[in-house]
Design a protein around this ligand. Structure first.
Ligand SMILES: Cc1cc2nc3c(=O)[nH]c(=O)nc-3n(C[C@H](O)[C@H](O)[C@H](O)COP(=O)(O)OP(=O)(O)OC[C@H]3O[C@@H](n4cnc5c(N)ncnc54)[C@H](O)[C@@H]3O)c2cc1C
Ligand SMILES: *[C@@H]1O[C@H](CO)[C@@H](O)[C@H](O)[C@H]1NC(C)=O
Ligand SMILES: *[C@@H]1O[C@H](CO)[C@@H](O)[C@H](O)[C@H]1NC(C)=O
Ligand SMILES: *[C@@H]1O[C@H](CO)[C@@H](O)[C@H](O)[C@H]1NC(C)=O
Ligand SMILES: *[C@@H]1O[C@H](CO)[C@@H](O)[C@H](O)[C@H]1NC(C)=O
Length: 578
């Protein structure tokens, strides 16, 4: 009997139902150090406590085990127990799963755009479209990072999770179309961020299996790490040391799947720390729940203020995504993002084809809208057009899998920003987020130019075999305007003005970031301002989305900061020995 089947029996006896599909024959890593939080002691001690086993948390924790004893607390389950859910064919299904054990927790920003956040070991890298591409050298310089260590860290990540995609016909046609409309030069296959058209990396292997940040835990020293699943951190604990005014983080309280509370505390010796890697929504939310944030807002929710830090939750941004859907007369391959056009005006063009939506996508979408509206107590948020017949339109259009593709554009930055607020004090619930898409007119200008480029690609000779010659661009525009993909009002002028089209049909590409930005909430070493022994290392620290897509840089940052933290730890203990 295989190890995992034995584990299944153990899990069955324990009465847990999280382990469906555990006896699948597919080969996946199984770490003995990854356990359910129900098996955690009431109190335990570690050198580093990483909150959130996500895209940055996994690489950070694996690195820290090279010199210290590490705990990772992840509120979701393991991606390895249901390997089929994470293969390329299930991208849409897994993302839109609304069950309580789903890897995806949907939310709607106050902008009326449906969005999702990860709830699984590996974080966003378990849900995402897999595109893998580095930040530009300019971005790395502006961030003030050590370029040598950045490159070493990217390579460390790439050895485990990045692949060259199999470029098939449909993606090739998009690539050639981009070159035809002048997004030049042709940079071939590269992880680097270069102006022009390129093929980027992917975390899907040739069989369509996803390799996530959780795979980076293979680098961990198994004797120095514990990972607890279904461990939801409720708050960070602070204390005051004699003679010091600054609060110091010394532990966390987390809740297991049975509702029992546990404490994890920093061991007394050494330069020990708690590191928040709960993502762009989770990290500012948890800081606030722990008493660090805008004092007036914390008071309004009855939270004891540890530190008035008004910038927590500020600077939230989400790069708007706008699309055209292009039905194809010929069958197309299933592909998520492989090619990107990096324009000189701040817009990135990407594409996906043959996506599998399942037979009732329209109803799924409607169900999500209804569920979220009910959760936030805003029943009027579901507009009449998102019901009934619209669901049918989507069903028949997206039936099973899309014969055709989607060409999308994401704008650089963005410049428009918003904020995050608590809706309540329950860490399981989504906070309220406002992104203010296109508030800055420069963002809108980039979107319009990006849409014009997409239209150029669709009209290009290279792409002609993948569109119906008698379906004009206007019909493609009208099609998207009919689909209830978001909850924003549709203006009649959206059919004739690309500005209005951008505003009305805006979607997310899920690259939201900010909330704990460098110099506003954390310092250049990612330490939370005004308190001791607490850092934030994840996408919440960014001002701009790095590269065309962020995950490479998020994983890199975990490795990078892990190395930096250990270097300081070693030099300090050497000093103390002297
Ligand atoms: C659908 C989708 C498609 C995307 N496509 C791409 C793409 O193709 N290429 C690309 O580069 N990027 C893509 N991204 C973006 C990328 O995946 C994210 O930017 C990245 O994963 C964010 O990493 P993070 O470490 O900041 O947060 P996350 O990976 O979200 O990690 C945060 C972790 O913290 C956990 N957590 C939160 N709160 C708590 C708590 N209280 N207690 C315990 N644990 C907690 C969460 O469960 C989660 O696992 C996509 C994202 C999504 C959602
Ligand atoms: C997973 O996918 C494989 C191949 O597609 C299939 O044979 C198997 O039945 C699937 N397993 C589950 C649990 O869906
Ligand atoms: C940058 O990182 C490299 C590789 O880890 C290291 O050798 C070098 O000393 C670092 N430079 C600075 C200025 O810290
Ligand atoms: C949302 O609320 C409405 C009205 O209270 C109810 O009829 C519906 O079943 C709820 N839907 C979900 C998905 O909870
Ligand atoms: C979707 O396609 C299947 C078979 O291809 C068909 O049985 C079903 O009726 C279609 N559903 C809709 C809503 O068009």
């Amino acid at each position: 009997m295989s190890f995992r089947c034995k584990k299944f029996i153990w899990a069955f006896i324990a009465g847990i139902l999280f382990f469906h599909g555990l006896c699948d024959s597919e080969k996946v890593p199984h770490y003995k150090f990854v356990k359910e939080a129900i098996s955690a002691p009431a109190i335990s001690f570690y050198d580093y406590i990483v909150i959130g086993g996500g895209t940055s948390g996994c690489s950070l924790a694996a690195t820290l085990t090279q010199g210290a004893k590490v705990l990772v607390l992840e509120r979701g389950g393991s991606p390895y127990t249901r390997p089929n859910k994470t293969n390329i064919y299930n991208f849409v299904n897994t993302l839109s799963d609304t069950s309580p054990t789903s890897f995806s927790q949907q939310f709607i920003s106050t902008d009326g755009v449906l969005n999702a956040r990860a709830r699984v070991l590996g974080g966003g890298s378990v849900l995402n479209a897999g595109f893998y591409t580095r930040a530009s050298t300019r971005y790395i310089k502006e961030a003030g990072w050590n370029e040598t260590l950045v490159m070493e860290s990217y390579e460390w990540v790439e050895k485990k999770v990045a692949f060259e995609p199999p470029l098939l016909q449909w993606q090739s046609a998009v690539k050639d179309g981009l070159l035809e409309v002048g997004v030049l030069p042709d940079n071939g296959f590269t992880y680097d961020h270069l102006e022009g058209t390129k093929v980027g990396g992917t975390i899907f292997d040739r069989e369509g299996h996803r390799h996530t940040a959780a795979d980076l835990l293979e680098y961990a020293n198994p004797r120095r790490i514990s990972v607890y699943l279904h461990a939801t951190v409720q708050r960070i604990l602070f204390r005051y040391r004699k003679g010091r005014a600054r609060p110091q983080a010394y532990g966390v309280i987390f809740k297991d799947a049975h509702g029992f509370m546990h404490r994890a505390l920093l061991s007394k010796r050494g330069r020990n720390e708690i590191i928040l890697s709960a993502g762009a929504l989770g990290s500012p939310q948890l800081l606030m729940l722990s008493g660090i944030g805008p004092a007036y807002h914390l008071h309004a929710h009855g939270i004891n203020v540890v530190l008035d830090l008004p910038m927590v939750g500020q600077g939230m941004a989400d790069n708007p995504m706008n699309i055209l859907v292009i039905p194809s007369p010929k069958p197309v391959e299933v592909s998520l993002i492989q090619v990107v056009g990096i324009t000189d005006f701040g817009s990135y063009i990407e594409a996906a084809s043959g996506l599998s939506f399942g037979y009732s996508w329209g109803h799924t979408l409607h169900g999500i809208f209804e569920l979220l509206s009910n959760q936030t107590g805003q029943p009027t948020m579901v507009p009449p057009e998102a019901t009934g017949s619209a669901a049918e339109t989507i069903n028949s259009f997206f039936n099973a899998s899309l014969k055709g593709g989607v060409i999308l554009e994401k704008i650089m930055g963005p410049l428009s920003t918003g904020f995050l607020e608590l809706l309540n004090t329950n860490p399981n619930d989504n906070p309220l987020v406002t992104f203010n898409y296109f508030k800055n007119p420069e963002d809108l200008r980039r979107c319009v130019q990006g849409m014009e480029t997409i239209i150029g690609v669709i009209n290009s000779k290279a792409f002609s075999k993948y569109r119906y010659p008698n379906v004009p661009i206007q019909a493609l525009i009208d099609l998207v305007l009919q689909l209830p993909l978001n909850l924003r009002p549709r203006h009649p002028t959206a059919a004739i003005s690309l500005e209005q089209y951008c505003i009305d049909t805006v979607l997310t590409i899920w690259h939201y970031h900010g909330g704990c930005q460098v110099d506003r909430v954390v310092d250049q070493n990612y330490k939370v301002l005004g308190v001791d022994s607490l850092r934030v290392v994840d996408g919440s620290t960014f001002y701009k989305s790095p590269g065309t897509n962020p995950q490479a840089t998020v994983m890199m940052l975990g490795r990078y900061m892990g190395k930096k933290i250990l270097q300081k730890r070693v030099s300090r203990s050497k000093r103390e020995k002297r």
